[in-house]
Design a protein around this ligand. Structure first.
Ligand code: SF4
Length: 380
């Protein structure tokens, strides 16, 4: 049976964080039940079309999936269970934000099929959390974390951010060490990106956002690499660290260009060589679902050239990089025949290195990753 992964999108949040450009809508409580009903119809429909597949990983993301009620969370899990052949050892993640979890929800998680929780903490400093529009405190996070452990969740990721307004290297490092001390199986540490259309975008362009300078940001990242190594985390992707054996299998599906099917509003899919997405319009999604219609939008089949590009820049995100032989195995042509010049230039610039027949980013390459990735776009 072919292995496939599923992504389910829950597009609701309590309020909008000031840096966020994800498809997530605050104050839409009135739509929660209709949305869950629609999503379950899609689960059923996609389940029928994937009868011949085994589901290896599921990621319920958002938005804030933990904003849904106990019954709604339970219903989604039940529909997943009865609609798909889920591998016995499947990794099933749900994103949960402190401030939206209570003991009843944590019990439903503990008794259901979800076996991995990804917690959006972002910072341990309450004043910083407020500044970026988060609704929770560090103390609430710690309570939720302990409760999740008590109901038997053995695989927890914690999202942290650096490069936040008025954040100091010392504050970031203190926070990260408190988190590492709690021994989650996985830590993601992302740098803030100022996205167009967010409140931070306007503030930034009016010089009203006091962001750490480039050197401080680099110091934060360097300290993160060193500290998490000292705490026995493996650095396996630019922003991701795990205890041995706990790399996020779902995210590896994306970086390894393996198939996944997205369900729900604004979800993306990559299946049978095609990329497509669903509408971002909440009411349209719900209305169409009532007629059993889940339209695919922006469908395109990746050309070989596009697949090669994605193979390079997604693969290079991983610290193991790209096995040179895999390129030939996948595309039937030597990597040097397509990218010889780019690879030579990047090796000379010290942005990538060749280690045991693989190409990987150097430390400097990690700082300039987007520049490295752009080199692999093929001109026609
Ligand atoms: S909780 Fe996550 S998805 Fe929701 S607004 Fe904040 S960053 Fe965006």
């Amino acid at each position: 049976m072919n292995k496939v992964s599923l992504y389910l999108h829950i597009p609701f949040c309590e309020s909008k964080c000031y840096y966020c450009d994800f498809a997530s809508y605050p104050k839409k409580n009135a739509f929660y039940q209709d949305y869950v009903d629609a999503l379950c119809l899609e689960i059923e429909q996609v389940g029928e079309s994937l009868q011949q597949c085994i589901i290896d990983t599921i990621f319920i993301g958002g938005g804030t999936p933990s904003i849904l009620s106990v019954n709604q969370l339970d219903t989604i899990q039940s529909w997943l269970k009865k609609s798909f052949s889920i591998a016995k050892d499947a990794e099933i993640t749900m994103e949960a934000n402190p401030g939206t979890l209570d003991q009843d929800k944590i019990d439903v998680i503990g008794n259901g099929i979800i076996n991995r929780i990804s917690m959006g903490l972002q910072s341990t400093e309450n004043d910083l959390l407020k500044k970026i529009g988060r609704i929770h405190t560090f103390e609430e996070f710690k309570q939720n974390y302990e409760s999740l452990r008590k109901v038997g969740i053995k695989n927890i990721n914690i999202d942290m951010m650096f490069g936040l307004p008025d954040q100091t290297t010392k504050g970031y490092i203190n926070g990260l060490s408190q988190i590492a001390h709690m021994k989650p199986e996985h830590i993601s540490s992302y740098g803030l990106i100022i996205e167009e259309g967010t409140p931070f975008y306007g503030l930034y362009h009016n010089n009203q956002l006091h962001l750490p300078d480039e050197q401080s940001e680099r110091d934060m990242y360097d300290s993160c690499l060193q500290m998490l190594k000292d705490y026995d985390y493996e650095h396996y992707e630019i922003s991701n660290f795990s205890k041995p054996g706990y790399a996020c299998r779902h995210n590896l599906v994306y970086w390894d260009l393996k198939p996944y099917v997205g369900l729900g509003l604004a979800s993306h899919s990559y299946y049978k060589g095609q990329r497509y997405e669903h509408t971002k319009d909440l009411e349209v999604y719900i209305q169409k679902a009532k007629q059993g219609q889940f339209h695919k939008e922006n469908i395109f089949t990746l050309t070989t050239k596009e697949m090669m590009e994605e193979f390079m820049f997604l693969g290079l995100r991983k610290m193991d990089g790209i096995a040179i032989a895999d390129f030939e195995k996948r595309f039937g042509i030597l990597i040097d025949q397509v990218y010889g010049k780019q690879i030579d230039d990047l090796l000379k610039e010290g942005l990538i290195q060749e280690v045991k027949n693989s190409l990987l980013l150097t430390r400097r390459g990690m700082d300039l990753a987007n520049r490295v990735f752009s080199k692999f776009l093929i001109d026609e």
